[in-house]
Design a protein around this ligand. Sequence first.
Ligand code: PGA
Length: 257
Amino acid sequence: MKRRPVIAANWKMYKTIGEASSFFSSFLSEPIPNDVEVVLCAPYLCLPTLTKLAESTSVGIGAQNVHWKKEGAYTGEVSIPMLQEIGVKYVIIGHSERRAYFAETDQTVNEKVKAAVQAGLIPIVCVGETWEEREREETKQVVERQVHRAFAGLSPEQMNQCILAYEPVWAIGTGKASTVEDAGEVIAFIRQTIATIGGGQVAAAIRIQYGGSVKPENIATFLAHPDIDGALVGGASLKPDSFRALVAEASKRGDQE
Ligand code: PGA
């Protein structure tokens, strides 16, 4: 099955509103290929500006986290209706930085994924092992558990609404990307895991990205792997030229198919 590559920027805690708007005008100074799904996941404060700027373009705007309740006494949190009111379409859920620094668990990931798909938001669900887990040869066990728990209680249709991102924790922000062989092996395994949970059709259709030190110079090797459907990119997504180069590489993969 042909799956449309999805390149998502994860800006983390970078960019003021002003910086986000100048990024956007510069990024859009050249046309965006329409065979690639392009997503910008920005800090909350930038989202209203970005969704306005993106209105007549093919670029999707995403948040980097969300609460699963519609409203309530949850100081500092942001709900799905708040995001949807301003036109946000995607949300990163379970990024390893949230798991490591902000007490995100498999359980909260599951609550967030369920609430997001019910509301029609597209979750980008992150999974991945730490270096210690890799050294102990527990990578598959870890991602299998994370995928099972993230998707618990979802119908195959709801699973199909999600994007997965395999991000080995040790490769994030380190400049030390995984090899395509290792990433491809884990992503193929994640696809098999999806098949056991949601069936073969979902496994064939769901997009699985690689993330962790992806750059314009190495993205093509990852996208050449038949199981890798795009990338979730931190550092290299912060400059318009570099992000445009990543999207252009993904579009070339589309040409080859
Ligand atoms: P990186 O981050 O591209 O800077 O390694 C990826 C991510 O955290 O999603």
